[in-house]
Design a protein around this ligand. Sequence first.
Ligand SMILES: Nc1ncnc2c1ncn2[C@@H]1O[C@H](COP(=O)(O)OP(=O)(O)OP(=O)(O)O)[C@@H](O)[C@H]1O
Ligand SMILES: [Mg+2]
Length: 452
Amino acid sequence: MINNFIESDLTPKQIVNALDSYIIGQTSAKKAVAIALRNRYRRKLLSDDIRDEVSPKNIILIGPTGVGKTEIARRLAKLVHAPFLKVEATKYTEVGYVGRDVESMIRDLVNIAISDLKEIMIKGVESEANDIALNKLTKLLLPLSKKEDNNELTDEEQNKKMNAREQMKARIMKGDFDESYVDIKISSSSNKSFGMLPGMGFEESDALQSMMGSFIPQNKKAKKMKVSDAKKYLLAEASESLIDMDKVSSDALSLTEDMGIIFLDEIDKIASSNRGDHADVARHGVQRDLLPVVEGTTVNTRYGPVKTEHILFIAAGAFHTNKVSDLIPELQGRFPIRVELNALSEADFKEILVSPKNAITKQYQELMKTENVEIVFEDDALDKIAKLAYDINGSIENIGARRLYTIMERIFEDISFYADEYSGQKKVIDASYVQDKMKDIEESRDISRYIL
Ligand SMILES: Nc1ncnc2c1ncn2[C@@H]1O[C@H](COP(=O)(O)OP(=O)(O)OP(=O)(O)O)[C@@H](O)[C@H]1O
Ligand SMILES: [Mg+2]
């Protein structure tokens, strides 16, 4: 099962290609993550003795704001067949107050592995589970008679009953009874009702609750539900009972250890600002806590212990007010691969407007289509938007590709608001339309500071 899960792994070229359809440029960053991913797969194929020796080469992506660091992580997550978690490093800066302890990221990663594997397993037992659910539902809608239950039927009667039951099944499947109601016995998960236990951290009370949950007898309650909902409920119940949860947990643990990836975003925000204030102490603390997790330690989870030494860490940060060298030296050493992302050019902006699969111009076109308004972008409009974004970034504040969004929103303000009046029309966005919508802003840099 695990092997199937990984076998579909992509080659570095395929990974870069897949990222290319969403992210413009940034080739060296794409290559670095692609190689790191492929190395996990290669390591998996090594003999046991060498495999343990090969540790992952963790990466730091460095680049100004809004150039695609987080976007690469987001896309990567959808591509890889491995447990993948994206977290903001800042989430851990307020431990003991609202922040969470650093080890919780490993527990979160295991939870992801569990639900990924469960999903795969559930797919595997789908048809079997379907049969069970359907039989149960048929029995509920067409209960056994006393005689039938006691096996007191003649052969002929028996046959008749069987036929009736088959017909019933076919009709249930067709959805004939979807709007009727049945009584379904559902097990109430009583352990959810504790809430947080006083005097305990989130993690502890979570672990304790799962332990207590298994002591408390599950009482089943009858609930009325529509047949259409009952189908889903019984299917889920049957699937759960068919899959081997022990195997799911042990597979998930080894999958996390060998293939897990953690994307640690905003790592620059936990680097020291050298001001030595209270916040600095918290940041420093998080870095210290991160060390063992990145280097290799054993973290206890509710499914069992996880060794972290082979988990791949990809960190990212803008580092505009500080440098990688402001991280504590031990932590810098755990991230041997540094990749710089480039600032985006005017030409990149134009491409970002149109080429990505989820390009923002396509999004506006689709949104307006729902109002029956057709949007056409002229090429000169795209040039104009790209140039404006580039110029405003240069003169006010560089927020990277995010600038395109603020400009587009401004350009579309009217069309979005009066869309109902334009229904059935075609709206052409050309350079002069853009110019018209943006002229106040272009005239006064002070205004643009507030609006864009
Ligand atoms: N190279 C790019 N290609 C396509 N879209 C991009 C690119 N760079 C940025 N974008 C778009 O701009 C937005 C912001 O990018 P992203 O979240 O990746 O920034 P970031 O580099 O993580 O910045 P920050 O340091 O502020 O976190 C995203 O919605 C993304 O779609
Ligand atoms: Mg980001």
